[in-house]
Structure formats: structure tokens, C-alpha cells
Design a protein around this ligand. Structure first.
Ligand SMILES: [Zn+2]
Length: 299
């Protein structure tokens, strides 16, 4: 920016993940190591207050990976000018800094009777949720209620550290069969996943990195990422959320997901999600063959 000679009055960073934005604005002490490193870097190099959330649809940085049609890429098109809101006063931009805690379903009252501890199976029926963020908010809320043994503060201002803890809880849940196999039948486990260089982290989460490290998405982080089975509902919800944020192609969705999790047979999962997506099917029908080639080495 310094080299352009332009005097910038203010810089706003826009991300299309609410959780990432919320995490950047908190101190990173509450996060697991693999998140803390990246967040710490961002906090060091920029002012966390300059980070804003924007919806996936308004994130123009994403459109190139969706493939550009002639309308978008021509002169005066979206790609050249940026989204329409950039021409409005900043106050009118569709960006926000709120940590959403709304949309808590009424039925949670029923499951609150159960104590919520790490060792028990979850009282949250994961299959009932169709939205990743909502699942995390409800889980965070229930964990807080269980911890404080009070319903009073349950739904108020769930913070990003609590959302991260809720996410860790589901990682552990989703990994349970894998961890059991690693402990009881390591030969079989390493036969299946040895090439990924799996390790059991101190917090009991299996992380992989040996192969993952070679990926371009990891250029700014050498951290290892949790391994997830593709059939667990938590994994599906995450992949679905990533897809819905931009309705991108399979390779883009895979790259985005892999910057956070290594999902077993991810391509299969992402392909199924995209095939079932009404929006993408419509778009594919209209697109005139201007598709991006898949990124190398991501299949
Ligand atoms: Zn789609």
C-alpha cells in the first residue's frame, strides 16, 4: 500500500466467516494452539478493530474461483469495480462486527436437564441441526449452562472463545471412533492414515500434517490440522457452510476446508454437497464453459 503513493485514510479488512472475525477481535489466550498462531499473527500485523464480516455473496475476492461469466468480467463489471456497496458511504456497507447469538431454538430447554461433560455422549442431537454456526452457538450455550449450573445467562452473548470450545467439543465427538482405533488397533489405523502423518495431540485430538504441509493453503502456518471422518454430521455441516459461503467449485471448497480440517475422502463429500445444491445446479446450467481448471494436487 505504501508503494501506491495513495494516502489511505482508513483500511477495512473484510472476511466472510463470522467466527474468524470474532476470533480476531478477542485476545487469543482462549484458543487452541493451532488457531492461536494464525490469529496472533493477524492481531500483530493489523488492528483487530479494522476487521469486519461480510456475507459470502458480497465477498468479491471469491468470485474468481467460481469462474467468471462475461457479464461479471467485462469492463465496468463486478470484478473490475468491486461490489456495489463500495461506492456507498462506509456506514451503509453490509458489514458487521457483532457476534451473533440469536436463533437459539426453543427445544434446548429439554436437553438442559442432562449434565454436559466431556466424557458423556453429547446431549445435543447433532443430526437435528442444518446449520454449523447454530450448532456451535447452541452447544456453547449448553456448556455454559452446565458449567454455571444456571439457566439465567445461557443465551446471552456467547463469546468467540466459547464458540471455539464448542467446536473443539465436536471435533472430539466426531473423532471418537478414530481415536479408539488409534489406541486399540494402531496397526490398522496407521495402515489407513499413516501417510498423513497423524499424531495424538495433548488434548486428545488427532492432527495430521505430514502430507498436509505441502499444500499451498498452509503457506503461512505450519500447524497441523484435526483429522475428521467425512460421514459425521459435524463435518458435513462445516463443509456445507463453506460451500454456501461462496457456491464455489469442488477444488475451492476443498482448499478452504483443508485450511482447517483434514477430512477423509473430502472430495466425495464436497462433490455430493455441490450436486445437491440447487443454486449451483442452476449456475452450472447457465455457465458457458468458462470454468477454472482444478488446482493441482487437491484431488
Ligand atoms: Zn452451491
Amino acid at each position: 500500500m505504501e508503494e501506491t503513493g495513495i494516502d489511505f485514510q482508513r483500511v477495512l479488512y473484510l472476511v466472510d466467516s463470522e467466527i474468524v472475525r470474532a476470533m480476531i477481535q478477542k485476545r487469543s489466550y482462549g484458543f487452541k494452539t493451532f488457531v492461536a498462531t494464525r490469529i496472533g499473527e493477524i492481531q500483530e500485523l493489523s488492528d483487530p478493530q479494522d476487521w469486519w464480516w461480510v456475507s459470502g455473496g458480497d465477498n468479491v475476492a471469491d468470485i474468481i474461483s467460481r469462474g467468471l461469466d462475461t457479464k461479471t468480467s467485462r469492463e465496468n463489471g463486478l470484478w473490475q469495480n468491486g461490489p456495489h456497496f463500495l461506492q456507498l458511504p462506509v456506514e451503509q456497507w453490509p458489514v458487521s462486527q457483532r457476534c451473533t447469538t440469536l436463533d437459539i431454538p426453543e427445544r434446548v430447554g429439554i436437553v438442559m436437564a442432562t449434565d454436559f461433560t466431556e466424557s458423556q455422549a453429547s446431549p445435543v442431537e447433532v443430526e437435528r441441526y442444518s446449520d454449523f454456526r447454530k450448532l456451535l452457538r447452541v452447544t456453547a450455550m449448553l456448556r455454559r449452562v452446565a458449567k454455571q449450573k444456571s439457566f439465567r445467562s445461557g443465551a446471552i452473548d456467547i463469546n468467540s472463545a466459547e464458540l471455539c470450545e464448542a467446536e473443539s467439543f465436536w471435533i472430539t465427538e466426531a473423532q471418537r471412533p478414530l481415536v479408539q482405533q488409534m489406541r486399540k488397533d494402531p496397526t490398522q489405523f496407521f495402515k489407513g492414515y499413516g501417510s498423513l502423518g497423524p499424531k495424538l495431540r495433548d488434548d486428545g485430538v488427532i492432527v495430521v500434517g505430514k502430507r498436509v504441509k505441502n499444500h499451498v493453503q498452509f503457506s503461512y502456518s505450519q500447524e497441523m490440522v484435526p483429522l475428521l471422518p467425512n460421514h459425521h454430521h459435524f463435518t458435513r455441516l462445516y463443509a456445507q457452510m463453506i460451500h454456501n459461503e461462496g457456491h464455489n467449485g469442488v477444488s475451492t471448497d476443498m482448499a478452504k476446508i483443508r485450511s482447517k480440517y483434514w477430512v477423509i475422502r473430502l472430495k466425495q463429500l464436497v462433490t455430493t454437497i455441490r450436486h445437491k445444491c440447487v443454486k449451483c445446479r442452476k449456475y452450472d446450467g447457465q455457465a458457458s464453459g468458462q470454468k477454472m481448471a482444478p488446482l493441482p494436487g487437491l484431488s
